[in-house]
Design a protein around this ligand. Structure first.
Ligand code: 4NP
Length: 159
């Protein structure tokens, strides 16, 4: 079966979306979902080519997930044809993505915390300018959303 292709997007692609990628891959692996392919990107180019923020790496390492080898990249218009889902961390990222989404492109563009109508986990706040507790909170929030999203994908692939 062709994998479901998911792109998670934040602003810089160094804090939230690399963490979301690592968490989604880890949960998919733990729950036996093989047909999922995950990538991450940013709407801004400030950090292109950089590793994730050391505070994100640390917050994820504490739950056994290694995101240190990821490298930041910027979203491209081709991403809207390649991915089934493009999921933004907050409304500002969602608006920026809507502005560059090619007309008629394939991707389902949503807020990660509202990946379908009957769920609402809100926005994943930007932890960049805060302390390490913000990164713990970010990780927990991402874990909650990712567990729910993986359940949704498992349910819909069983149908
Ligand atoms: P992210 O966090 O969007 O979760 O990767 C940020 C990273 C960098 C900046 C802002 C947010 N920045 O302004 O450089």
């Amino acid at each position: 079966m062709r994998p479901t292709q998911v792109l998670v997007v934040c602003l810089g692609n160094i804090c939230r979306s690399p963490a979301a990628q690592g968490i989604l891959e880890s949960i998919a692996n733990n729950r036996g979902l093989k047909s999922l392919s995950v990538d991450s990107a940013g709407t801004a180019a400030y950090h292109v080519g950089n590793s994730p923020d050391s505070r994100s790496i640390k917050a994820l390492r504490s739950v056994g997930i290694d995101i240190s080898s990821q490298k930041a990249r910027k979203v491209t218009s081709e991403d809207f044809e390649r991915f089934d889902w493009i999921m933004a961390m907050d409304r500002e990222n969602l608006q920026n993505l809507r502005a560059i989404q090619p007309v008629g492109s394939k991707a389902k563009l949503v807020l990660f915390g509202k990946y379908r109508q009957d769920v609402n986990f809100g926005e994943v706040e930007d932890p960049y300018y805060g302390g390490s507790e913000g990164f713990t909170h970010m990780r927990e929030h991402l874990q909650t959303i990712a567990e729910s999203f993986i359940s949704h994908i498992l349910d819909s692939t069983r149908e």
